[in-house]
Ligand binder design. Structure first.
Ligand code: CTP
Ligand code: MG
Length: 235
């Protein structure tokens, strides 16, 4: 089965601070989005990459992709994104041509995911899982709280889930295409990952081992880490 990757890259990156849209910020001189596209295209199974660009940045994203060579086996498409990540992924899925039975959804904000992680996700979908997520055990203990109305006020703890049973989820998340399309058509409330919509369909999502280098660039400190990882790779 052929595999396509949808890369939501339409966010502003508010938590990263002022500047260009996050996916266009550079790491080692190359836009984060280009790193992310190359990371997915590095998998021999991936024959199409659909980049969901900032609505006012599709032309810029197209010319960036034209300027940075991808493997010959990999085609790309650029479509404008939406208000939420979920909406952006949906717009990417709508643009997928027939013939790709496996779909990966990968955050442009995870530019350094190793190809072995990408391949492990694809492999688990090929073996029959309708939805696959890479994830890691947590370093921190997690508490559920009653959120304060005013930011900064003390918050009462409601529960402490057993840490050994928790996983921090990354991307690429991999799906049987028809399942992901159905999930996006039937789930209306806002969610923060694609797999949770498949869970809401009553299907089992499976976790495979993630990788530390698949971390999401969210805050300024994450850029420092990403630059260091890249510099180490270039040694
Ligand atoms: N994303 C998107 N469309 C949106 C919002 C987010 O395609 N309307 C993408 C981002 O570009 C990113 C991924 O979803 O690659 C994960 O989102 P996140 O890390 O939250 O990025 P931003 O929403 O850009 O950052 P922030 O929440 O800090 O503004
Ligand atoms: Mg966001």
């Amino acid at each position: 089965a052929r595999t396509a990757a949808v890369i939501p890259a339409a966010g502003r990156g508010v938590r990263l601070g002022p500047g260009a849209p996050k996916a266009l910020r550079t790491l080692g001189g190359t836009p984060m989005l280009i790193h992310a596209v190359r990371a997915l295209a590095a998998s021999r199974a991936v024959s199409l990459v659909v980049v969901v660009a900032p609505p006012d940045g599709t032309a810029e994203v197209k010319s960036l992709l034209d300027a940075h060579a991808l493997p010959d086996r990999t085609d790309f498409l650029v479509v404008p994104g939406g208000e939420s990540r979920q909406e952006s992924v949906k717009l990417g899925l709508d643009a997928l041509p027939p013939g790709h039975d496996i779909v990966l959804v990968h955050d442009a904000a995870r530019p350094l995911v190793p190809v072995d992680t990408v391949d492990a996700v694809i492999e688990a979908v090929r073996e029959g899982a309708p939805a696959v997520v890479p994830a890691l055990p947590l370093a921190d203990t997690v508490k559920e709280v009653e959120p304060a109305v005013t930011t900064g006020d003390p918050e009462p703890v409601v529960a402490t889930p057993e840490r050994d049973r928790l996983r921090a989820v990354q991307t690429p998340q991999g799906f049987d295409r028809a399942t992901l399309v159905r999930a996006h058509e039937s789930v209306t409330e806002n969610v923060t990952d694609d797999a949770s919509m498949v869970e809401q369909l009553g299907l089992t999502v499976v976790v495979v081992p993630g990788h530390e280098e698949a971390f999401k660039v969210t805050r300024p400190l994450d850029l420092v880490l990403a630059e260091a990882v890249l510099a180490r790779r270039r040694l």
